[in-house]
Design a protein around this ligand. Structure first.
Ligand code: ADP
Length: 512
């Protein structure tokens, strides 16, 4: 079957061979095993269902939330000589029923549908009467409540699979899933562990950078002016910020567009098209922009503000360099952003359990910004890839400052946290270490601790940064919602015993 598939790949797409992940997925599908493909953006996920659809006797239903992409995908397939159609809310009632008729008549092999369609009983009844060979679930992380983009209608997919008279084989695809999310998908879609095909999410052409303490507007404008030919996206946290940044870049003569939820649909479509067809070079946008934008030559993605979690960041930043050409992903960090995100979580309608989880994800995102080792590796570890190597390209990998032994300072921080009962946050710990005598310190008698004032030659801010570093390096854990307290992790004991040193890239330390 694989040889036949290879012929089809050549015939319809002109590619000579499958990539290793693709053949692994295809082999399993041909053995009728439910399968999950975890591959990075640009890894070639679509081939994993498009080619088998040609070799299976019945039809293949592709469930995808990317409505804006469906038409283009179907047009491309038709051009490649593959019978395909789509059904989503962009079609009129007549168009929908025409498409359904074609499907009923067996004129289509591949049908793209939006997950909301599964809520319509008439659509489900139609599927039940058709020979469905395969259900392909694109962006499968939308199925998990713990994912960053949960879509309730995805929960209908297992029902759909069960309700079909002939059980189809199921394929789940995603470019972003933590181990928890991937477990959820496997459970819901009955995929066995050995049928999860992972090619690794690493993106070899992306260079990740974290820039701290810069004048952000100036930094972005300067980069854009220095790279006038490059296409890129600048993500901002709010609509207001988008408008401001857009105006400021235009005044400086940059070729740019804007995109956010407050604009009319026409305006948004216009701006998007101009960007996709390279009429404008730079898109200033909120995170409403990007899902389903198929533009391969994006050379940079800036985040003017820190996103709420690593999943969102990796996905948004990952829109750079889909064509494999070296590209930059730059996050401009300001501690204020952490507070804003905390506030947003706090004010949201989420359950307490969910809020706690969101705070944890936010902390991991914040740690990323303070990490002093390979940034790509940090994110891949978050996605459960532990055997990765340093990328050699990110702002940490290329940072050649010397390593300084900070074991003594780390020990001071750890023992202070311990003596304070692991019940206080960063500010309080920094106050005690720098010997700051305020009412709370006095009331709690922390001025009597042996660690009080151990770092009195340092500023409180400096000590707070050291604590951030220790947290980012996994020595400290922040636990509990809005006002997290510092706790020690397993990594601390060997340091306290003097068995393992702690090192840090040299920092310039302002004296008090
Ligand atoms: P994804 O959905 O994983 O982001 P796509 O399916 O859009 O990726 O594929 C990304 C690019 O890789 C496309 O241009 C596609 O034609 C190309 N591609 C896919 N499979 C192969 C292959 N086996 N050989 C060469 N190019 C491939």
């Amino acid at each position: 079957m694989l040889a036949e598939a290879q012929d089809k790949l050549k015939q319809h797409y002109g590619h000579e061979t499958f990539r290793p992940g693709q053949s692994a997925v295809l082999e399993r599908l041909f053995e009728n095993k439910n399968t999950m493909g975890m591959m990075p953006t640009g890894g070639g996920k679509s081939v994993c269902y498009q080619i088998p659809s040609l070799l299976m006797p019945g039809i293949t239903v592709v469930i995808s939330p990317l409505i804006s992409l469906m038409k283009d995908q179907v047009d491309e397939l038709k051009e490649a000589g593959i019978d395909a159609t789509f059904i989503n809310s962009s079609l009129s009632a007549e168009e929908t029923s025409a498409a359904m008729d074609e499907i009923r008549l067996g004129l289509q092999k591949l049908i793209y549908v939006a997950p909301e369609r599964l809520e319509a009983p008439s659509f489900l009844r139609m599927l039940q009467r058709l020979p469905v060979s395969m259900i392909a679930v694109d962006e499968a992380h939308c199925l998990s409540q713990w994912g960053h983009d949960f879509r309730p209608s995805y929960m209908r997919i297992p029902e759909l699979v069960q309700s079909l008279p002939q059980k189809p084989v199921v394929l789940a695809l995603t470019a972003t899933a933590t181990p928890e999310v991937s477990d959820d998908i496997c459970r819901a879609l009955e995929i066995n562990k050995e049928n999860v095909v992972k090619t690794g999410f690493a993106r070899k052409n992306l260079s990740f950078h974290v820039i701290k303490g810069a004048d952000r507007d100036h930094y972005v404008a300067d980069y854009v002016q220095r790279n006038p030919e490059a296409s890129g996206i600048i993500y901002c946290a709010t609509r207001k910020e988008v408008e401001r940044m857009y105006e400021s870049l235009r005044k400086k003569g940059a070729s740019c567009g804007k995109y956010h939820g407050g604009m009319s649909q026409d305006e948004r479509r216009n701006m998007q098209e101009q960007f996709v067809y390279d009429v404008t070079k730079v898109m200033v946008a909120t995170n409403a922009f990007g899902m389903g934008i198929n533009k391969s030559n994006v050379r940079f993605v800036f985040h003017r503000n820190m996103p709420r979690n690593i999943e969102s960041y990796y996905q948004e930043a990952g829109r750079a360099g889909r064509d494999g050409v070296p590209s930059d992903c730059v996050l401009l960090f300001s501690p204020q952003d952490v507070q804003i995100q905390q506030f947003l979580i706090d004010q949201s309608q989420m359950s307490e359990e969910r809020k706690t989880q969101e705070y944890e994800k936010l902390q991991i995102m914040t740690h990323y910004c303070h990490a002093e080792s390979c940034l790509q590796r940090y994110m891949l570890q978050y996605f459960g890839e532990t055997d990765t190597e340093d990328c050699g390209r990110c702002s940490e990998c290329v940072d050649d400052r010397e390593l300084e032994d900070i074991t003594k300072e780390a020990q001071m921080v750890f023992s202070c946290i311990k003596r304070m009962g692991e019940r206080f946050g960063k500010t309080m710990v920094a106050q005690v270490l720098t010997g700051s005598m305020n009412k709370k310190v006095k009331d709690l008698r922390f001025h009597q601790l042996s660690t009080f004032g151990l770092m009195k030659t340092r500023t409180q801010k400096d000590v707070a940064q050291l604590i951030d570093f220790l947290a980012a390096s996994d020595y400290l854990r922040l636990s509990g919602g809005n006002y997290p307290v510092l706790q020690l992790t397993d990594r601390v004991l060997p340091v306290l015993k003097g068995d393992t040193p702690v090192t840090r890239k040299m920092v310039k330390r302002p004296e008090k």
